[in-house]
Design a protein around this ligand. Structure first.
Ligand code: NAD
Length: 286
């Protein structure tokens, strides 16, 4: 449960974290975070756009866990890309989470002015306000572009990854550049066909584990950081019980064959970084 992956600057990142995207607010959120803490999760992944930074901060505070035992990630939203805008967004996020520093802060999408946002993140990193700086949904072209103008390279890239969309090209590029691979949607966002895939069902049966556990273990063996989400108390625990079995090389290979190259979610080079769409978003995201 406490297995970590080392970032390029030596910071240890818990390889299994907990995502909080779209968890219902109120009592469900409270119970979910309490159950995650009870199951041993200490790494939490939120973002400004999820609208639950404040609720997460409150629940983490309630847990009584010392700040240094927690690993908290948030992300700067596309409407806040820019040097000053990103610094302001970072301060707002810290206020909402009730923390003085973030363990990890990511650029959510490679929208216009992401280079300026990166410069702000580099400064915040050098001031000790962020322990690990990184990006999300960046393609090789964005990473190459950033490399040419940055003082510090991104240490992590959080990207859609699951057995049907394994990201081998980007993964190999990131390994070469010492950029950690973090999977969002590690369970394919609950895709039924994936969770009932006969190959995965067979492997799961052989280990007396669930398909979800097999998928999560496959990510772990690839060295990928994962942040599965669930608000089902039994599944929260189930998703943490992935270190008491292992997959053979043959099983890893069988799962590798399931890659179809199909994204289940948005293409990050699509509308999410379109300047007109972003202008429109500015009207709604405060
Ligand atoms: P996920 O792959 O974690 O899937 C979550 C869904 O899978 C649940 O809603 C549930 O339906 C199902 N599930 C969970 N555990 C299960 C189990 N044991 N058995 C069967 N079904 C199970 O998808 P996600 O929530 O989209 O991704 C995880 C986290 O990644 C998010 O919560 C968020 O923190 C982050 N994220 C980041 C981005 C980004 O753009 N950077 C995008 C999406 C999500």
């Amino acid at each position: 449960m406490y297995r970590t992956v080392e970032a390029a600057n030596g910071v240890q990142i818990p390889q299994l974290g907990f995502g909080v995207y779209k968890i219902e607010k109120g009592a469900v959120f409270e119970k979910t975070i309490a159950a995650a803490i009870q199951s041993g999760y200490r790494h939490f992944d939120t973002a400004k756009i999820y609208g639950n930074e404040e609720a997460l901060g409150r629940e983490l505070q309630k847990s009584g866990l010392p700040r240094e035992e927690l690993f908290i990630t948030s992300k700067v939203w596309t409407t806040d890309l820019g040097y000053h805008a990103t610094k302001k967004a970072f301060e707002q996020t810290c206020r909402k989470l009730n923390v003085t520093y973030l363990d990890m802060y990511l650029i959510h999408f490679a929208g216009p002015h992401y280079e300026k946002a990166w410069a702000a993140m580099e400064d915040l990193y050098m001031e000790g306000r962020i322990k690990v700086i990184g990006v999300a949904n960046f393609e090789i072209e964005h990473l190459e572009h950033l490399k040419k103008q940055s003082r510090i390279s991104p240490m992590i890239n959080q990207i859609e990854t699951h057995p049907e969309f394994q990201q081998h090209n980007l993964h190999d590029y990131m390994v070469r550049d010492r950029i950690l691979h973090e999977a969002w949607g590690p369970l394919g966002q609950g895709n039924k066909a994936l969770l009932e895939h006969p190959v995965l069902v067979e492997i799961a049966r052989n280990h007396q584990k669930s398909v979800a556990q097999v998928i999560l273990r496959w990510h772990i063996n690839r060295g990928i950081i994962i942040i599965p989400k669930s608000s089902n108390l039994q599944r929260i625990k189930e998703n943490s019980e992935i270190f008491d079995f292992d997959l053979s090389e043959e099983e890893m290979d069988r799962i590798r064959q399931l890659d179809t190259g199909n994204r289940y979610s948005v293409n990050p080079t699509g509308y999410m970084i379109n300047p007109i769409y972003i202008q429109l978003m500015k009207l709604f995201v405060k």
